[in-house]
Design a binder for this molecule. Structure first.
Ligand code: ZN
Length: 308
């Protein structure tokens, strides 16, 4: 090993998504040295997920590398003290499973768990659109809508591990639409990839994926454009609430649906301008993710380096 690599530390970072399982070896400058992506095993027990991680460790010869910890991001609420997942609608096999203890046994490193949107916020503050900021909110527009809050440079997890769940704040109590959290009219029902598909179908579009609705919008299809306008309207309402509540320096928008930015941003800004305190809203930057898909993996790694 060359001399300049002797002080290098690595984290085995895992993005345990509802759809994809991604694993990366990340060094302490944020460089991704190894990366793999596969479909998330969805059996009733989490054994296949554990097996996939153990085999990545073996394949990358991690025993002969300076790995200091594993950091796992999960799509749900994490009780960081007890180190278990307490809510994960897309990966029910993990709920109350002793994930940390089991992984520490199988991988042989200290294991940290974190909510995926929290990790994304940390990743963007470390190496992305929130670099140099200390009051940061990230909003992840994916299959659902997640949020991460950083205050004074520290992740704000809340008293029970579920702070920042902006996706489940109410933006339209009269819509009659039921959310999987049990509430009605949640932001997630209007500003997620799932919502794009549903709203398009409501207009009679035959578009099975959010990407197809986006493509139609780029080709000036009026129905697709109205879907994204509605998306932007509700997102803007949610962001205005966030700005009045938290007054961050920057809100970073991450997740797959951020690709539709050009089609929803005008309406989003219009709503923010109308609803948030004007003098404050003019100073809060609303930025697109700079880390893209890797925001969470990088943030998970950073959190592990800090705690290790
Ligand atoms: Zn909800």
């Amino acid at each position: 090993m060359p001399k300049n690599q002797l002080s290098q530390r690595l984290v085995f970072a895992v993005d345990l998504g509802g759809t994809h399982l991604r694993v990366a070896l990340v060094d302490d400058t944020g460089k991704i040295l190894q990366h793999l992506k596969q479909e998330t095993p969805r059996a009733e027990s989490p054994d296949d997920i554990l097996d996939a991680l153990v085999s990545a460790k073996r394949e990358w010869d991690c025993d002969n590398q300076p790995v200091v910890a594993a950091s796992i991001m999960v799509p749900g609420a994490v009780d960081c003290d007890k180190a278990v997942v307490v809510q994960a609608p897309n990966l029910p096999s993990l709920i109350n499973f002793e994930l940390k203890a089991e992984l520490e046994k199988r991988l042989g490193w200290p294991v940290f768990l974190e909510n995926d949107a929290n990790a994304a916020a940390v990743g963007e503050m470390w190496l992305g659109a929130a670099r140099g900021c200390h009051d940061v909110v990230s909003v992840t527009l994916g299959t659902g809508v997640g949020g991460g809050v950083i205050l004074n440079g520290k992740l704000w997890r809340g008293s029970h591990g579920s702070a920042g769940e902006i996706g489940h704040t109410t933006v339209d109590p009269f819509s009659g639409l039921k959310c999987k959290c049990g509430n009605t009219g949640c932001l997630e029902l209007f500003a997620s990839a799932t919502a794009i598909v549903r709203m398009a179908r409501e207009l009679g579009m035959k578009a099975p994926t959010a990407e197809e609705v986006y493509e139609a919008g780029r080709n000036a299809d009026e129905q697709a454009l109205s879907v994204f306008k509605r998306f932007g309207m509700y997102l803007g309402i949610g962001l205005a609430n966030l700005i009045n509540l938290i007054d961050p320096q920057v809100i970073v928008i991450t997740g797959g649906a951020v690709n539709g930015w050009d089609l929803f941003a005008d309406e989003m800004y219009r709503q923010v301008g109308e609803r948030a305190f004007r003098a404050i809203a003019q100073q809060v930057k609303i930025a697109r993710s700079e880390c893209g898909d890797n925001a969470g993996l990088l943030g998970a790694a950073r959190l592990a380096f800090e705690q290790e």
